[in-house]
Structures are given as C-alpha cells and as structure tokens.
Design a protein around this ligand. Structure first.
Ligand code: ADP
Ligand code: MG
Length: 248
C-alpha cells in the first residue's frame, strides 16, 4: 500500500469517526515497509510486491537511513548534496543519481536510504545489484519471458542498481543493461552505485561504444556523488584490532 493510499484511508477513517482504523493502518504501513526491506526473499522468485510494488531486494537485507550515516567520517562529501537528493526532487524529475567510490564508503547505505525515503513518499521502488538484474534478465530471455521481466525493472519509479562494475559483463549481458537504461530514460529514476569511474565503464561493459551509449542516457539528467574517503568497514575492523592489541 502506498503512503498516498494510506493517507486517504486515514482521512476517511477520521471523518467516519473510526480512530482505531487509522491507528491500524499506521501499524500496517510500518510493518509493510520493514518487511520490504528486511526479509531477503518473500517469494520463491526472490521478488516481492510489498508496498504494492515490484521491490526486488536481494542483497539488500537491511534498512538504512541518512540519520545513521556519519558524514563527519567522509569530510570530502558535502552532506548538502546527499540531503538534496533526499528531497526526492530528482525522482519527481525522473532524473538519476550515481554514487561512486571505493568499497566501504557507504554507497549502498545512501542508495538504500534514498530508496526507503522514496518508498515512504509513495514511490514504487526496486532494489537490485547489477549482477542479479543481468542474471534474471538472461534467464527470462532464455525462457522466452524477457518482456515481462524487463517490465519489472521499468515499472518502478525508482530502480536502484547496486554494484555496477564488480564483474565485467559479456556483450549480450551489456546489451540487456543498455535495454533497461535506455527504456527508463526520462521515464523513471535510477540510483546506481559503482566502484568504477565512468572512464572505466568501457572495461565493465566490454565495449567502449556501448558504454558511451549507456552513459549518454544515464548522465543526461544525473546527480553524481563521488565519495573519495576511507572505508567505514575497515574503520570498525581496525578499531576492533586495536582494542584486541591493547588488551594483549
Ligand atoms: P559501499 O557500498 O560503499 O561498499 P556500504 O554502504 O556497504 O559501502 O557500507 C559498509 C558498511 O558501513 C555498512 O554497514 C554501512 O551502513 C556502514 N557505513 C558506511 N559508511 C558509513 C558512514 N559514513 N556512517 C555510518 N555507517 C557507514
Ligand atoms: Mg556497496
């Protein structure tokens, strides 16, 4: 159920003098949002339609918010840039956002936080890693169901494509990615995360011309957020090691 639908039911319940119904709806909405983001697989296909939307969230086992993001740990990242994105005006404009940087800087964290904010604002969202999306599209193509699978990546207002560039793609796989990006162009937002610079995308997609064609659509209306700092994962690890060494 979208936030808009929830609000409508709440308003009507209040008018009818049914305060308990309004409360129940609040609880229901809360549970729906948390189940969308906390359970890795709600259906055998790995796809769930919680929040009445096609939300694929393999690899996204947890909810993150911007409040949990420690901006002081990344002094080169201007918090205003991320908070601007959180207003979701780029979603309204069907534009894109790209979070770039090395592992552990919080790209996925911010992408999830933005998607959760969009979900709460009533937008439909779909979260996937690039590899999962490619694997699913290839399987669907083999089974003769490419059009319907493609639709699940085209329909949502926001498509999060996590981990672009972790593995180089074959030509046929890169073509499927191009299909998604070009068909979403000016129709719906993409939030992507990548550990590769755009100049390295030729290697990721195995072809400079195809990579340029993808980037052309993607970057035409895109907020690019480079995060250059240290790994937060490593910070926790190093602190733990230091503690252990202190005790010893
Ligand atoms: P990336 O996608 O860039 O590799 P993640 O978003 O997966 O990094 O971050 C790794 C872990 O560190 C996650 O648990 C994330 O919530 C946490 N994290 C990263 N950066 C920050 C930060 N600045 N403040 C709080 N937590 C962070
Ligand atoms: Mg990540």
């Amino acid at each position: 159920m979208s936030e808009l639908t929830g609000n409508r039911i709440r308003t009507t319940a209040a008018k009818l003098g049914l305060p308990h119904l309004a409360e129940t709806i609040n609880e229901f909405t809360r549970r729906e949002i948390s189940s969308t983001w906390s359970s890795p697989r709600n259906s055998p296909s790995g796809t769930t339609t919680a929040s009445a939307r096609a939300c694929e969230h393999r690899g996204c086992h947890t909810t993150k918010t911007l409040d949990e993001y420690d901006f002081s740990f990344q002094p080169d990242l201007d918090p205003r840039k991320v908070k601007d994105l959180a207003t979701l005006s780029f979603v309204e404009a069907k534009a894109n956002a790209a979070l770039l940087g090395p592992p552990g800087v919080g790209k996925t964290h911010i992408a999830i936080a933005l998607a959760v904010a969009a979900c709460r604002a009533g937008y439909s969202i779909c979260f996937t890693s690039l590899d999962d999306m490619v694997r699913n599209l290839k399987a669907a193509e083999t089974a003769g169901r490419l059009t319907s699978k493609l639709r699940s990546y085209l329909r949502p207002s926001v498509l999060v494509v996590d981990q672009v560039g972790y593995q180089p793609l074959e030509r046929a796989e890169a073509n499927l990615v191009f299909l998604v990006i070009s068909k979403r162009y000016a129709k719906g937002s993409i939030i992507l995360t990548s550990n590769k610079t755009f100049s390295e995308w030729g290697q990721v997609f195995g072809d400079e011309v195809l990579a340029t064609a993808i980037l052309d659509r993607l970057l035409h209306h895109c907020e690019v957020v480079p995060i250059k700092g240290p790994s937060y994962r490593l910070k926790n690890r190093l602190q733990a090691i230091e503690r252990e060494t202190d005790v010893a």
